[in-house]
Design a protein around this ligand. Structure first.
Ligand SMILES: C[S@@+](CC[C@H](N)C(=O)[O-])C[C@H]1O[C@@H](n2cnc3c(N)ncnc32)[C@H](O)[C@@H]1O
Length: 307
C-alpha cells in the first residue's frame, strides 16, 4: 500500500532519485515555496550534522569569495574611493556576510538551533584566535586534552559530564535503605572523575565501590584521587560493555538516552534477582522503574530498577 503522506523521516530516508521522481513529493512539496526549499536541501544535504555544517561553511565561503567583491565594490563604491576609512582588506567585509549567510543556510537546512550558534561562533572564533596568535602548542594541547576526555564518544555515544553531590547523597540514602549494614558490591559504569564511587566509599566503608571508565583522562584523574585519598575503590580503564555484571549488587549509570536500551538488555540478562540498577536522569524506555527519586527540585531524577 502506498503511503498517502510523506513524513519528514521518510523524506530523509528515500534516495535522491526516489525523491525527485516521486509524484507525491511533487504535488505535496514542490508546489509550496517552502516545499521546494525542503526538497532541494534535503535531497542534497548529507545526513550527518557535522557534514552539513562543513558543507554550509564551505558553500558560504565560496559564495562570499566569488560574489562579495563585486557587490561590495558597487554598494560601497563611494566610501571605498573617498578615503572614508573603508578598505576591502577589512576582514569584517567578508566575515559579516559570511556569518549572515551561514546562519540563513543552517536555518534553511533545519539544523538544530545550537548548530546555528556554532555556525556563527566558529568563524568569529577563528578570527579572534588568528588575531591573538597563540603558539601552536596551545592548540595541540587543547586537542590532546579534548581527545583524552571525550575519547571514543563516536562509538559510545556518551560524553563526559559530571553528576552533582545531591545525586551522590540520594544514592547513599538508597544504598542505606536497600542493604543497611550488609556489604554491597557497587559499580559506576562510566565513572568519569570518580566522584560517585569515592563519595559512596567514604559513606559506606563496608561496601566495595568500583568504577569503570573508557576515556583515559577522567580515568587517570579518578585513579590518582583514589590513591591520594587511600580509598579502596578500584577504577578500571575499560568498556563496561565488556564487563560481567553477574557479581554486582548495584549498578549505577549516568550515561545518555542513546544507550539505555542496550544497558538494560545487559543488566537484565546478567544481574541477579533483587539487585538494583540505578540510572541518573535517563530512564529505560518501556520499562517501569520500581522507584523514582527526585534528589532536589533542580537535579536529575534517579530511576531505580529492581531486578
Ligand atoms: C555523564 S559521564 C558520568 C560520569 C560519572 N558517572 C558521574 O556521575 O560523575 C559518563 C561517562 O561514561 C563514560 N563512558 C561512556 N561509555 C562508556 C563505556 N562503554 N565504558 C566505560 N565508560 C564509558 C564517558 O567517558 C563519561 O566519562
Amino acid at each position: 500500500m502506498r503511503p498517502n503522506k510523506l513524513s519528514a523521516g521518510a523524506l530523509q530516508q528515500d534516495s535522491v532519485a526516489q525523491r525527485l521522481l516521486s509524484p507525491k513529493l511533487t504535488l505535496q512539496t514542490v508546489l509550496k515555496p517552502s516545499g521546494l526549499k525542503t526538497l532541494l536541501l534535503q535531497s542534497w544535504l548529507p545526513k550527518k550534522l557535522w557534514c552539513q555544517a562543513l558543507l554550509i561553511q564551505c558553500v558560504s565561503l565560496l559564495l562570499i569569495a566569488s560574489i562579495a567583491p563585486s557587490v561590495i565594490n558597487s554598494v560601497f563604491a563611494f566610501e571605498l574611493r573617498s578615503g572614508l576609512g573603508l578598505s576591502l582588506d577589512s576582514v569584517w567585509f567578508w566575515l559579516i556576510p559570511h556569518v549572515l549567510l551561514v546562519s540563513i543556510l543552517s536555518r534553511a537546512a533545519n539544523m538544530p538551533v545550537w548548530w546555528r550558534w556554532i555556525h556563527i561562533a566558529f568563524p568569529l572564533a577563528v578570527l579572534v584566535m588568528q588575531q591573538i596568535a597563540l603558539p601552536a602548542i596551545v592548540y595541540l594541547s587543547g586537542f590532546v586534552i579534548t581527545l583524552a576526555l571525550y575519547w571514543s564518544v563516536h562509538n559510545t555515544r556518551v560524553p563526559f559530564y559530571p553528576s552533582f553531590p545531591v545525586t551522590w547523597r540520594a544514592m547513599h540514602q538508597l544504598l542505606e535503605q536497600h542493604a543497611g549494614e550488609q556489604p554491597l558490591h557497587v559499580l559506576d559504569i562510566g565513572s568519569g572523575l570518580g566522584d560517585v564511587s569515592l563519595f559512596l566509599a567514604r559513606q559506606r566503608p563496608q561496601d566495595q565501590m568500583d568504577g569503570i571508565e573508557i576515556a583515559p583522562l577522567p580515568w587517570l584523574v579518578s585513579a590518582i584521587r583514589a590513591r591520594f585519598f587511600a580509598s579502596r575503590t578500584q577504577f578500571m580503564l575499560g568498556d563496561y560493555r565488556q564487563t560481567d555484571f553477574a557479581k554486582l549488587d548495584v549498578v549505577f549509570a549516568y550515561l545518555s538516552p542513546a544507550v539505555m536500551a542496550d544497558v538494560w538488555h545487559k543488566v537484565s540478562k546478567e544481574m541477579r534477582p533483587g539487585c538494583l540498577f540505578v540510572s541518573s536522569e535517563f530512564p529505560v524506555a518501556d520499562v517501569t522503574a520500581s522507584r523514582i527519586i527526585y534528589p532536589s527540585p533542580n537535579s536529575p531524577a534517579l530511576y531505580v530498577y529492581t531486578l
